[in-house]
Design a protein around this ligand. Sequence first.
Ligand SMILES: Nc1ncnc2c1ncn2[C@@H]1O[C@H](COP(=O)(O)OP(=O)(O)OP(=O)(O)O)[C@@H](O)[C@H]1O
Ligand SMILES: [Mg+2]
Length: 280
Amino acid sequence: MRTTTIPERERLDQASETLALLEHEFTSRSLFTERGPGRAVVTARGLSRVYGKGDAAVHALRDVDIDIAEGRLTAIMGPSGSGKSTLMHILAGLDQPTGGRVSIDGVEITRLKEKRLTQLRRDKIGFIFQSFNLLATLTADENIVLPLSLARRKADEAWRRTVIEAVGLQDRLTHRPAELSGGQQQRVAVARALITRPAVLFADEPTGNLDSRTGGEVLDLLRRSVDEFGQTVIMVTHDANAASIADRVVFLKDGGIELDEDRMTRDAIYDTIKTLEVTR
Ligand SMILES: Nc1ncnc2c1ncn2[C@@H]1O[C@H](COP(=O)(O)OP(=O)(O)OP(=O)(O)O)[C@@H](O)[C@H]1O
Ligand SMILES: [Mg+2]
């Protein structure tokens, strides 16, 4: 009998995983009749996340169902400890739920093996963090195309120019992060998130480290990515001003969805935050 070498085994594993993924993608896609605004690009059912065990267990999420429509900007708000980061990390495939399922662009990520999940995150998800997370040794331009370089994909030149123009960094491309202002660094991060045209862009407190003017510029940019490029954006924020640019505001409390509203004014958001904090 011929012995199977390790690399061969890996290739076989990889091939069977790819087949399973394709099959799954095909069957889940048939649930959606068409693409475009209104289609749910992220779907979560019965999500729960428990940290720790026994008496020390913390129920960070309790049976959360949520659909995120394509081409809209959704803000996730709620008091500190209400589960915002936990929800975002699970929706983005950075953490696994204790119970429940998540699909992104028709692929159930809660069933994927780590390797496929990493690939899916790279291909379908963009991230913007509070602390920019740029690579200090790379120029702005190199940071922007990094997700493509990592995936060994070439940039579509027209799209690269569109994105760089949208974030207004044409004359800063050779600068390194240390030579850029906070607002400019975050604009590089927005461009980096948009360059792969992700199915969904997650932003965690994208204006948290910025003053209100530069924060406003980054918010304008996120809004434009939705209006002009049809980008789907999910933004976690504490800031009523930031959430007022959203098409939908979801408020969490104690790991559950407390309120889910279309477009809200800054004042209405502010009042809701106050009420949620008082009734904790
Ligand atoms: N790794 C962990 N281990 C144990 N408990 C955790 C862990 N991460 C989060 N928690 C708990 O889960 C709950 C939800 O946390 P989460 O970070 O999702 O809240 P949040 O809404 O993002 O809060 P904030 O606004 O302060 O960022 C909190 O009670 C928190 O203490
Ligand atoms: Mg958080």
